[in-house]
Write a protein that binds this ligand. Structure first.
Ligand SMILES: Cc1cc2nc3c(=O)[nH]c(=O)nc-3n(C[C@H](O)[C@H](O)[C@H](O)COP(=O)(O)O)c2cc1C
Length: 368
């Protein structure tokens, strides 16, 4: 069988990944206990997938204010850290590496999560999206524009969450600055109309991200900090692009070269943006030449496309989302060129082991 670039080791900062197959961060909404702490169920789920070169966990809220979906785990209390410790040691026992995704949803939330108070966002603009609340899907509301004090607090919450992550044994953290959540809301002009130092120019709108990186690196090594961006997100999660969107991402990515980060994790467009005049349709092609560090690419990849992107030098590693839901042994399946199991969308966010830890590994798959 031909050698696959996806299966080659990758040096990422001071870490050596066993392969270039990354498990993408995926919310699975199974932390359905009063603490929103990971349990044995999450230990089992992540351990089953520990042969990935790197696991990036589901988005994990950095504070109570950061939440926007039911039953998502946090990384801000002692109980949550205890739960995560069991996950990280089990993954490490299998030789895997695991980063936690640090999450603040911003305006993609609902007062039902905040004792009736409004969710926080850069500006008071309703994303006209849906929030998944304990009482089912509800329309989002107009959020509260964050005060400078609240911005400072949020930066400290990211820092504190990174410290907790380190204590809980994570190999590093991924800042969730993607997919229409809080930091992405700061970057885009359509969601940020502030007139202070966090709004207006591209430099101002992107400033919070660099302040967060600077705060986190006081707690953990810089080369264990990764972050995620989705530059051409349009028409989803309340995001819409304009002519300044891609220049803002150009600015961010250029500036990231001043840091010695673990990686930059980019998504190709989630939907067809070929008709959107401001959108970049080829994210890896645009940003590979610009970013000097380790680049992980994601969205809609399979084995062939992943191997091709690495061999053409467009990325160093590939993050797989949905394929990892239904194929805990994705790396082995790639190695054997085995068929992949289909994922069941109905159980993406439902409680319990069904559709979570009951997808079989290859050897247990009945032979036809
Ligand atoms: C069930 C589900 C939950 C997701 N949750 C997150 C999340 O918590 N954080 C995040 O950055 N992306 C999240 N995503 C996006 C994935 O990380 C990935 O970008 C997307 O699935 C596209 O990759 P794929 O084509 O390999 O599935 C989620 C996707 C799915 C399907």
């Amino acid at each position: 069988m031909e050698k696959q670039p996806l299966l080659e080791k990758l040096k990422m900062g001071d870490l050596l990944l066993n392969n270039r197959v990354v498990m993408a961060p995926m919310t699975r909404s199974r932390a359905d206990n009063p603490d929103n702490a990971p349990t044995e169920l999450q230990v089992n789920y992540y351990t089953q997938r520990a042969s990935a070169g790197l696991i990036i966990t589901e988005g994990s809220q950095i504070s109570k204010k950061a939440v926007g979906y039911i039953n998502t785990p946090g990384i801000h209390t002692a109980a949550q850290m205890e739960g995560w410790k069991k996950v990280t040691s089990a993954v490490h026992a299998q030789g895997g590496k695991i980063f936690v995704q640090l999450w603040h949803v911003g305006r993609i939330s609902h007062p039902d999560f905040h004792n009736g108070e409004l969710p926080l966002a850069p500006s008071a603009i309703n994303p006209n999206s849906k929030a998944y609340t304990p009482k089912g899907f509800k329309e989002t509301v107009t959020p509260k524009e964050m005060s400078l004090e609240e911005i400072k607090e949020t930066i400290q919450d990211f820092r504190n969450a990174a410290k907790n992550a380190w204590t809980a044994g994570f190999d590093g953290v991924e800042i969730h600055s993607s997919n229409g959540y809080l930091l992405h809301q700061f970057f885009n002009r359509t969601s940020n109309v502030r007139t202070d130092e966090y709004g207006g120019s591209i430099t101002n709108r992107t400033k919070i991200l660099f302040e967060i990186i600077d705060a986190i690196k006081k707690e953990i090594p810089e080369n264990r900090i990764g972050l995620r961006l989705n530059p051409s997100l349009h028409g989803l999660f309340g995001m819409s692009m304009d002519e300044e969107t891609i220049p803002a991402f150009d600015h961010i990515i250029e500036k990231l070269n001043d840091y010695d980060l673990a990686y930059l994790h980019l998504s190709e467009p989630f939907n067809d943006v070929s008709e959107i005049p401001y959108a970049e349709t080829n994210i890896a092609e645009r940003y590979r030449p610009l970013f000097k560090g380790t680049l992980i690419i994601n969205a809609g990849f399979d084995k062939e496309k992943g191997n091709r992107f690495i061999s053409e030098g467009l990325a160093d590693a590939v993050a797989f989302g949905k394929p990892y839901i239904s194929n805990p042994d994705l790396v082995e399946r790639f190695r054997q060129d085995a068929p992949l199991a289909e994922w069941d969308q109905d159980t993406f966010y439902t409680p319990g082991s069904k559709g979570y830890t009951d997808y079989p590994k290859l050897e247990a798959t009945p032979q036809s």
